[in-house]
Design a binder for this molecule. Sequence first.
Ligand SMILES: *Cc1c(COP(=O)(O)O)cnc(C)c1O
Length: 461
Amino acid sequence: MAKQEIPYKIYLEEKEMPTSWYNVRADMKTKPAPLLNPGTLKPCTAEELSHVFCDELVQQELNNTDRLIEIPEEIRNFYKMYRPSPLVRAYFLEKKLGTPAHIYYKFEGNNTSGSHKLNSAIAQAYYAKKQGLKGVTTETGAGQWGTALSMSCSYFDLDCIVYMVKCSYEQKPFRREVIRTYGAKAIPSPSMDTEVGRKINAEFPGTTGSLGCAISEAVEHAVSHEGYRYVLGSVLSQVLLHQSVIGQETQIALNKYGIEPDIIIGCAGGGSNLGGLISPFMGEKLRGEKDYQFIAVEPASCPSLTRGKYLYDFCDTGKVCPMAKMYTLGSGFIPSANHAGGLRYHGMSSILSELYDEGLMEARAVEQTEVFKAAELFARVEGILPAPESSHAIKVAIDEALKCKETGKAKTIVFGLTGTGYFDLKAYEAFNDGKMSDYIPTDADLKKGFDGIPQFPGNEH
Ligand SMILES: *Cc1c(COP(=O)(O)O)cnc(C)c1O
């Protein structure tokens, strides 16, 4: 029988879409460390978490045992509006690189939010609605999460308040307007609306904000308003769970053609797209069924995995959230104005941190000018203008494909193309004008962040 041609795009039919989320924690021998109450230093109970988060999402956050969690029908139907997302064979990129490698990318940018964030936003809005809440608050960095959440809240008729990192609010007015078009309120952070915002503004006059600071403001807003809860677009285990649709679809598509990936690559901000992409494959690795090489790619300007410490830390600058054990640069670390706004978080998902610590996943840090070179090359041959965040994965996929060219080994590489870069044209402008610079924090810069990590028995540093 003739060898089956691999199409440019592998689509799934609606009936082939996953009906459950896959919870990789069920297959982990060492579970990610629990969230801690900073007051008592004991694991947060469901009751404590329910003041901040929606009840059903608290259950998902604490669920280390159920391998599959059914996706409610209403969410599955919403997914059908923009999913399944295509798995694309990057034939043009392979040809351009002259590599024997086979490269595939899972493209999550085909929806108005322009990223994978909608996969979790719609789930979180659904559970908030089901609980009878009035609305939700959140933070957004580059604006993708705020956009995705505003779309989801408008679908379920929920109030939506988005604290947007000030530099993005100013640099990215277009995403702000998408958020407003969906009826949500966008507030530049640090603002003067919250106690923590006022404090940070006083301490660091003129600060352009950070994700950690916007989180503190959003949490404060939620707990001080009746009928509101806080929702988060990354980092938390529930978010990785929802994002597992990315990995499951990828796996189903690859299986259709009997394709076995060797390397799976994703950019890592808080870890949700990477966690979602690799989860089902990691499950096979954890169960001893298959082996894959997983690579997390982060900016050299915010190197949580490659240079951070694996400790309990605050998830936010204002220290109002529970503490998580993760690779962290310290909640006070404010990265330089790297253009990949979605990768500027000081910490990393506890799940990915544990997998990385056990050596089950690798990490690489890359500089932004190199990332934009890769983005430009990709845009020119594959036609899609990639988000700066996604371009971190492109950069390492290209590096790996070029290694294959040197060694003559035809590996199969899969990477996550998390979104489009139409709202990041200021960054492309800086690159095109030759005005983009690389800023790598010195050890002394990092030490300032590390010094702010809490010290307590078992968490000495
Ligand atoms: C938010 C975002 C990321 C990074 O977030 P993760 O939680 O690490 O996935 C990457 N790419 C895009 C396009 C994003 O919007």
